[in-house]
Design a protein around this ligand. Sequence first.
Ligand SMILES: [Zn+2]
Length: 729
Amino acid sequence: MTRRDALLSGLSSAALFGCSPAGLLNGFSRITGDSARLAVGGASFGGDPRLKLDVWAPNRRSSAPLPVVVFFYGGGWVSGERGEYGFVGRAFAARGFIAVIPDYRLVPEVRFPAFVEDGARAIRWVHDHIAEFIGDPRRIHISGHSAGAYIGAMLSLDRHFLVDAGVDPAIVRAAALLSGPYDFYPFTEQRGRDALGHWPRPLETQPIHFVRRDAPSMLLMHGTADTVVRPRNSERLAAALRKAGAAAELNRISTDLSSQYGRGRGTMGGEQLTGNEIEARMGTNRNPAQLREMWTSWNNNVGSPMRQEYQRMVEIANAGARELGFADTGAMWRSKYDMSPDEFAALTERLWQEVRPLYVELHCFTRAGLNRRYGNAVQPAEGPIRADLLGNLWAQEWGNVYDVVAPPGSGRPAYDLTALLERAHYTPERVIRTAEGFFTSLGFEALPQTFWERSMITQPRDREVICHASAWDVDNVNDLRIKMCTRVNADDFVTAHHELGHNFYQRAYNTQPFLYLDSANDGFHEAIGDTIALSVTPEYLQQIGLLQQSQMPNAEQDRSLLLRQALDKIAFLPFGLLVDRYRWGIFSGQIAPGEYQAAWDRMRLEYQGIRPPVARTEQNFDAGAKYHVPASVPYTRYFLARILQFQFFKAACDISGWHGPLHRCSFYGNREVGRRLNEMLAMGLSRPWPDALEAFTGTREISAEPMVEYFRPLLGWLREQNQGRRCGW
Ligand SMILES: [Zn+2]
C-alpha cells in the first residue's frame, strides 16, 4: 500500500481505491454533495512555477470570516501534485473551512530546507490574501500527511521559517498531522538521506528538536501498523510535547499560586491587612475576637481559593516525578538525603520521638498560661490549644506570647534585646554589619562591597515586596545579597545572623563544580544560619558591647531566656514535621482531594495539639495559607535544621572549650571553630551529608540529644510547673 492509499483509507471508503485523481474528486463530491467549490486554482505564491496553490471554500456564503486550513500532501519529498488532493480541499471546505492546498518544490530539484521554506511562503500568501476569500488570517491551521506532515511540523515548531517568510509564527493556531516523520535521525532510509542528509547540523532537520512549550496545539495521528513511517515518530513527538506542555502548565500554576499568596489579604475590624501586617499584629494582639477575625480571614481569603489549582499542581508534579522514576513527588523530595525515601521518613520520626516529651510539657505549660489569661470559654484548661492564641498566624512559633504564659512572679528576662538595640541606636544596616562581624570574628573574609550595594536591607517605600527574608548568591561566586525588610528588633537581629549564614555557606563552597554548589543537604543550609543565631547569647551580647556585666542574667532569668527560646524552637518541631507529612500524604494519594482540609486539621491536632478557632469545611484549604505550600518549597529542611543547629552549636562550643551550660556558650572570635566550620561548609554538596556532619561534629548521625541537653534545665522546671495538670490533648 502506498502512503497515499493509506491516507485515503483513513479518510474515506475502500471503494475509492485505484481511481484516478479526477475519479477521487468525483467520489468525494458524492460524499460531500455540492457544498464546496474551488475558489481559485493555481494562484502563484512565489517565482518558481511549482509554487502554486488551490483554495477551496464552502459553497454557502458566509459573512463572518472562516477558519483556514493549509494542507501539505505527502510523497516522500519526491512526488505529489495539488490536483490529486482536491478531495481534501472539498472535505475541509464542506466542514466550514477555507482550505488551501499548496505545491512545493521536490527532491532532486531542491533539498532541505527548500521545501519547508516553500511551505512558509504558502503560509505568508495565506496570511496576506485569505481575507479575500472570507478566510480569517488570525485563524490559520496546518494539516498534512507524511512528508507533508513533516513540513507542517517544522512550520509549527521551528519558528524561524515563518519569521524568515515575514509572518508571526503565532498565527498558526493548531496543526493536525497524519503519519509524519518527526524523529528519524540517524537516517536509515535513502529517501531521508537524499532530502536531508546533506544538512551539516542534522538535528536541525528533526521536528522533535524544536519542541517548545508555546507550540500551537497539535493533533498527531498515526496508523499503528505503518511500516513506512513508523508510529514511534508520532509517539515520541507527542511525549515531548506533553512534557513541554506539562512543564509550562506547572510553571503557570506555580507562578499563579505564589502570586495569589503575595496578593493575599486578611482583615481586622474590616480593615484590609497584608500578610506582613497580619503576622505582625498577631504577635502582639491579645483580643481573642480580633485574633480570630485575622486568623479566619487570612485562611479563608488566601487558602480556600487555591484549592482547585493546588490539586491540579499535584497531578502534574506527580506525573513529572514518575517520569523520573519516583513513586510520587513526596518520594522525590525525600530522596535527596543520601538514603532511601523510607529511611528518611524513619529518621525524621526517630528525631521527633526524641524531642516529643519536651513538646508535650511545653504545650501543657503554655495551655495553662493561655487558660489563665483568657478563661475557660476561650481556652479550656484541657484539650487542644486554639490556634490563633499563640502569637503566630500558623501557631508555628510561640515566642510572641512569652509575656502571656510566663507565670506571674516568675523571673523577668534580664534584658530586652530590642530595647538594647534601640538604646544603642542601631540602624538596619548596623544590624546586618553586626551579624557580618560574627563571621569575620571566626576568620571568615568580610562580605564584598557589592553585597552592600546590591542587597535590599530595608523595605522600599514605593512598592510592595514579599518581606520573607532571603539570601542569594547571584553569580555562584561572590555576588552575595540579602533581601530583608530589616527592622531594629530582637527578631530581625537574630534573622540577620541566620541569613548571613546562608551567604557565608554559599561563598565557602563556591569553588565546587556547579552541581555541588549547595549545602550537604537542604537542612544544613538552614541550620548553619540558625547555629550562628543561637550564638546570640548574653555572653555574645556582652562581647560586642550591647550588654553590661551588671545586666547578665541570674539563674532564674536564665530560665526565662530558655523558656523564650523553647517557645520558638521546641514549639516549631511538630509544625516543621507535619507540613511535609501532610504533603507527602497528598502526593501519595493517601490524602484524597476531598479531604484536604480535614486531613490538615487532623494532623495539626495530632502533632501540634491545636485546633482552629472556627469550624472548617472542605471549602477551605488552610495549608494554602502557609507560604511554602503554594510556593512548593519542601519544609522538612526546617525541621532538620532545628535539630541540626543544636548539634552544630554543641560541636562549636566543644571545640572552643566551653564548660558552662550549653545555652550560655559563645564561640565568638574563636578561629579554630571557624576553621573546622569552613571545612564542612566548603564541601558543599560534593560528599554525602554524613561526611560533612563528621567533618565538623565528629559524628555521622543526626541526633536530637544536643537539643535535649540545651533545654534540660528547662524541662525539669516545666515538669514541676505542670504538676497536677493533665498534659496531652
Ligand atoms: Zn533560611
